[in-house]
Design a protein around this ligand. Structure first.
Ligand code: BG6
Ligand code: MG
Length: 231
């Protein structure tokens, strides 16, 4: 059963690393005298590392040279990695392992489509790296989400047309990227925030057991390229 394939975002879908990004950005913000709250951190979700720094500097109304920015990006990542190296399987979000098991049973392949340049390391830390048929991350793309590039490369790894891919995402930029790629987008998290998604669930434990078989059968029934969409 391989009419469809799945692309998972990492941060906020497989693991909750936003808290570690926050701690590392907060350290830099304090150093630069920029007020930075958890609400501000929401703006960094799904956004690349360098864009995140630009948002932080924007909040502080601060302009830095490219050299200074590079140095801060390096420091921020070094601090972030200290948290990442302490991660273990206990940090896998609820529902992830059973969903991957379910996909394995159905014979549906899955790859990662993340903005993070630390994606492979994080998956290794939580012992999930070997399960993915491919990894597309911040090291493989030239355009960040909401550009669809990361997911379109994911579709190539799955050897499927983009319209036969299902994307699980927790960020607005990621849902926009999936929609722009003409994939079926599944928003994980707040439904109002992710209202552009085709389907919405609070977390992966809520995915109905017949979700994928229904998507496949609707797709076949409509006998057209592209997945059946409810919206
Ligand atoms: C995304 C996160 O997955 O990765 C963003 O949601 C983060 O918050 C981005 O900025 C880049 O991560 P990294 O690990 O390359 O700094
Ligand atoms: Mg995410």
């Amino acid at each position: 059963m391989n009419d469809i394939g799945v692309i998972f975002d990492l941060d906020g879908v497989i693991v909750d690393t936003a808290k570690y990004h926050f701690l590392a950005w907060k350290t830099l913000a304090i150093q630069l005298g920029i007020p930075f709250t958890l609400a501000d951190n929401e703006r960094l979700k799904g956004v690349s590392r360098s864009q995140s720094l630009d948002i932080l500097l924007d909040i502080g109304n601060l302009k830095l040279s490219d050299e200074e920015k590079q140095a801060h990006l390096k420091e921020k990542n070094a601090q972030y990695l200290e948290y990442i190296y302490k991660m273990g399987t206990e940090e896998i979000l609820p529902g992830v392992t059973s969903l991957l098991d379910h996909l394995d049973t159905l014979g549906i392949a899955y790859v990662l489509g993340s903005a993070s340049r630390n994606a492979a390391l994080i998956l290794k830390q939580v012992n999930l790296l070997e399960r993915f048929a491919g990894i597309v991350d911040g090291n493989n793309v030239s355009k960040a989400k909401p550009d669809p590039e990361v997911f379109l490369i994911g579709a190539q790894h799955l050897k499927l047309p983009a319209t036969h891919c299902v994307v699980f995402e927790d960020a607005i930029a990621g849902i926009d990227a999936a929609n722009a790629a003409q994939m079926l987008s599944v928003g994980i998290g707040d439904q109002q925030t992710l209202s552009a998604a085709t389907f919405n669930f609070n977390n992966l434990t809520e995915i109905p057991s017949d979700f994928f078989t229904k998507v496949i059968s609707e797709n076949r029934k409509h006998n057209e390229p592209g997945l059946y969409k409810t919206k």
